[in-house]
Design a protein around this ligand. Structure first.
Ligand code: FMN
Length: 197
């Protein structure tokens, strides 16, 4: 399956990015094809003005369109997902996540805002017509030792939730892209079935 890793932190030393890289590596190990998009790498003026003539913006939209699944990793900002992620989701077409599986990941400074995935992000993903938004995975920066230049390491309880989330995405990808022929014909890449074998 073609999976887009969508990073939504403005930070250069991002713990959510380290988490996304880890999840991507594990998905690659299961045979999935990955592409990566960091919202903060897009040209800011073009993004803010929704400039659909800008080549980088068009390429980013094409990356989303070509993906069969999207793993989104956002830091928690003001009890929600980041502003740059909102700006990017705003330029997607109304059904920009149609036929796609989505796995949301969020990293917050504390456990207090663990509902940010379900209260803030999930409704937007559903409104963009995602086929299936998987249960989100919330981490605190303390559970990831990657921030501030320390070596990346995942706390045991989080590691278990990550393994479950990745296994679920993998099994759903088989359910949709191997077992469900009707669904397969609606997807960006009808060759996705082959990619899983
Ligand atoms: C502007 C800003 C707002 C934040 N707001 C929250 C918040 O409301 N709740 C929370 O748990 N953490 C909050 N944090 C902490 C970040 O979510 C946390 O540091 C996270 O690990 C950052 O992810 P990153 O390293 O990928 O950028 C905030 C951080 C910043 C910079």
């Amino acid at each position: 399956m073609n999976i887009l890793l969508l990073g939504a932190s403005p930070s250069r030393t991002s713990s959510s990015r380290a988490l996304l890289a880890d999840v991507g590596e594990r998905l690659a190990g299961l045979g999935h094809h990955l592409s990566w998009l960091e919202v903060c790498d897009l040209p800011s003026q073009a993004l803010l003005h929704a400039d659909f003539h800008n080549a980088d913006i068009l390429a980013a939209l094409a990356q989303v369109e070509e993906a069969e699944a999207v793993v989104i990793a956002t830091p928690v900002y003001q009890a929600s997902y980041t502003g740059i992620l909102k700006v990017f989701l705003d330029i997607l077409p109304q059904d920009g996540l149609k036929n796609k599986l989505v796995l949301p990941l969020a990293v917050g400074g504390s456990q207090s805002h663990m509902l940010a995935i379900d209260y803030a992000l999930r409704p937007v993903l559903q409104a963009l017509s995602a086929e299936l938004v998987l249960p989100g995975i919330y981490a605190t920066s303390a559970q990831l030792k990657g921030a501030g230049g320390q070596a990346y390491a995942v706390e045991a309880a989080l590691a278990t939730r990550l393994e479950r989330g990745i296994a679920r995405l993998h099994s759903e990808s088989r359910r949709y892209y191997v077992d469900n022929k009707e669904f397969l014909h609606r997807t960006p890449s009808a060759t996705a079935e082959l990619a899983l074998r």
